[in-house]
Write a protein that binds this ligand. Sequence first.
Ligand SMILES: Nc1ncnc2c1ncn2[C@@H]1O[C@H](COP(=O)(O)OP(=O)(O)OP(=O)(O)O)[C@@H](O)[C@H]1O
Ligand SMILES: [Mg+2]
Length: 236
Amino acid sequence: MLKEEADARAPAETAHPALEARDLGMRFRGPDGEVALFDHLNLTIRPGESVAILGASGSGKSTLLGLLAGLEQPTSGQVWVAGANLTALDEDGRAAARAGRIGFVFQAFHLLGGLSALENVRLALELSGYGGDGEAAAAALQRVGLGHRLHHTPERLSGGEQQRVAIARAFVTEPRLLMADEPTGNLDDATGAQVVDLLFALNREHNTTLVLVTHDPSVAERCDTVYRFREGVLSQ
Ligand SMILES: Nc1ncnc2c1ncn2[C@@H]1O[C@H](COP(=O)(O)OP(=O)(O)OP(=O)(O)O)[C@@H](O)[C@H]1O
Ligand SMILES: [Mg+2]
């Protein structure tokens, strides 16, 4: 069989890495001129792989995650998601590429205040074009152990509960890629451990590719691949 034929037969999902950074660079203009946070950064993540990025505060972990998700544009280089060049798209194009395909869990939860847990999860479905299916949203909240908190607003939930709502919201659209930026950073150790258990369990169930930024080596060790980010260099 010709290589082209073999490529054509391979399912698109497995033919490409889940995520690739090619020669990625990010510079910021500071008071003393331009500062390079990193340059020529290369990273390949295969479908279903879980990757941890460890690094000191200010090393650039969140910036890298934002670039990999297409939330920001790099100064140089490209980000490819499942074989598509995210960097070539404008902001609307990148938002469309993310919708329903990339889920996010942040340190500060980022739930919408004034909306109930159920409404927060339903909104994610609506924004991804899945329609506001109340049953799917309720099922996602039940899966994270919050079936009894559907109508509570974030103000009436504990930090651990809020993060579980955020996890339900991230997984409800069945994204191929999940980005988590210090998901336990605002939680005590015991609550953080429960949230991490849940994150990894859902990741396995959905066979999601996971990129996890953390300060905590014990959380990082649970991933297939662990990178340390230091002075603009990722090393294993
Ligand atoms: N838009 C920006 N303009 C200028 N500098 C920026 C910008 N965004 C980030 N930086 C700088 O880049 C560096 C890395 O920031 P980043 O938030 O990525 O670090 P981090 O590793 O996530 O840190 P932490 O562990 O504290 O969350 C910091 O020095 C920050 O000030
Ligand atoms: Mg950060």
